[in-house]
Ligand binder design. Structure first.
Ligand SMILES: Cc1cc2nc3c(=O)[nH]c(=O)nc-3n(C[C@H](O)[C@H](O)[C@H](O)COP(=O)(O)OP(=O)(O)OC[C@H]3O[C@@H](n4cnc5c(N)ncnc54)[C@H](O)[C@@H]3O)c2cc1C
Length: 328
């Protein structure tokens, strides 16, 4: 069984930042990633543009050069991939962590490929794996997806997009411009206030001119093969439909956190317990890094404000090491 000082679960931007920081400080580590490098970013819409400018997405001060101030998905894939390969980071891809157990001072980690032991574990698993379900009949039909990839697929189709945040609005505009007949189903009275400031006027104008149909104060009740039922403020109605994109956000894998013994707040935010100075959880030696630490408040954490977790965690690990060797 292989032993590492640190096992990092998740090879997203922040897991990679943690690996890089561990390497710089001479700590043995492995990053275990269930998909390709930066799997979440890989699964983003192909034309996606970050709302952050490229320098805000940099890790360890390594320059991120992009064509425009705000980089596109493929530029970010290039950037993070080059960090992994140029620094020869110890990352194992397509290897999913299934369980983590602690006994005495050591962790046992079981992945889809092998077992490891580690002194410390960092959970950097993000929040993009589990969509917030609609919980309506028909959600499991093949025409319904919680992930949007490419507008070409929806050309000349009646497409309902559920949601009013950045993902939903970007998809609505792109698909409309590739010839889809787009209906937006919006739970609240308006397009989300957090929609990128340069995109919001575009969608509002398209709605006002009638190019995109918006149903405000509306929720989907049922999805059928060729129609959907929605409850609107004016009563229930049925609209013809070929495809549904339910872009209602994503959530961290709380089951995994619970299985690790991490305590969650007992309100609807389900905030995991950790020390904001060190990122150490209620389990000694088990750390959180990246957007996973936001619980259901996924909009509060980004690459921008969580990339510092890597330094904070390594500082804490080295400080503990110094304290332990002083005592012994
Ligand atoms: C559409 C969209 C646009 C965004 N735009 C921006 C932006 O402009 N600026 C910004 O700062 N942030 C942005 N964010 C937020 C941020 O990019 C992402 O949340 C970012 O990916 C967070 O990095 P992370 O490393 O914490 O998590 P992730 O990138 O989600 O990485 C987690 C990794 O863990 C892996 N994983 C999960 N479970 C396991 C397991 N059991 N075993 C092994 N591996 C596992 C996943 O495959 C994944 O690769 C955006 C998010 C979305 C969804």
């Amino acid at each position: 069984m292989e032993h590492f000082r640190i096992v990092i679960i998740g090879g997203g931007p922040i897991g990679i930042a943690c690996g890089l920081e561990a390497q710089k400080r001479g700590l043995s580590y492995v990053i275990l990633e269930k998909g390709p490098i930066v799997n979440s970013l890989f699964n983003y819409p192909i034309n996606m543009q970050f709302f952050s400018s490229s320098e805000k997405l940099e890790i360890d001060g390594i320059p991120f050069i992009s064509k425009e101030a705000k980089p596109k998905r493929n530029e970010a894939l290039e950037y993070y991939r080059r960090i992994v390969t140029s620094n020869a980071l110890n990352i194992r891809l397509f290897e999913k962590v299934q369980s983590v157990e602690k006994s005495e001072d050591k962790f046992s980690i079981l992945s889809s490929k092998q077992k490891y032991t580690a002194d410390k574990v960092i959970v950097a698993t993000g929040f993009y794996d589990l969509p917030n379900p609609l919980g309506v009949p028909g959600e499991d039909l093949p025409k319904v997806s919680h992930y949007y990839k490419d507008p070409h697929f929806f050309a000349s189709q009646k497409l309902a997009i559920i949601g009013a945040s950045n993902s939903a609005i970007d998809a609505a505009l792109e698909c409309y411009r590739k010839g889809a007949e787009v209906s937006l189903i919006i739970r609240g009275p308006e397009v989300g206030q957090r929609v990128k400031y340069w995109v919001r006027p575009d969608i509002i104008n398209r709605i006002e001119e009638g190019s995109i149909k918006a149903y405000y104060n509306s929720t989907v009740k049922e999805i059928k093969n060729s129609e959907i039922s929605i409850a609107t403020s004016g009563g229930e109605m049925t609209i013809e439909n070929d495809f549904v994109l339910a872009l209602t956000g994503y959530m961290p894998n709380f089951e995994f956190l619970r299985q690790l013994g991490i305590e969650l707040s007992d309100d609807e935010k389900l905030l995991p317990q950790y020390d904001p100075e060190t990122m150490e959880t209620n389990i000694a030696g088990l750390y959180l890094a990246g957007v996973i630490c936001g619980g259901m408040e996924t909009h509060k954490w980004f690459i921008e404000n969580s990339r510092v977790h890597a330094q904070m965690i390594m500082d804490s690990i080295l400080k503990n090491q110094a304290t332990t060797s002083n005592i012994s």
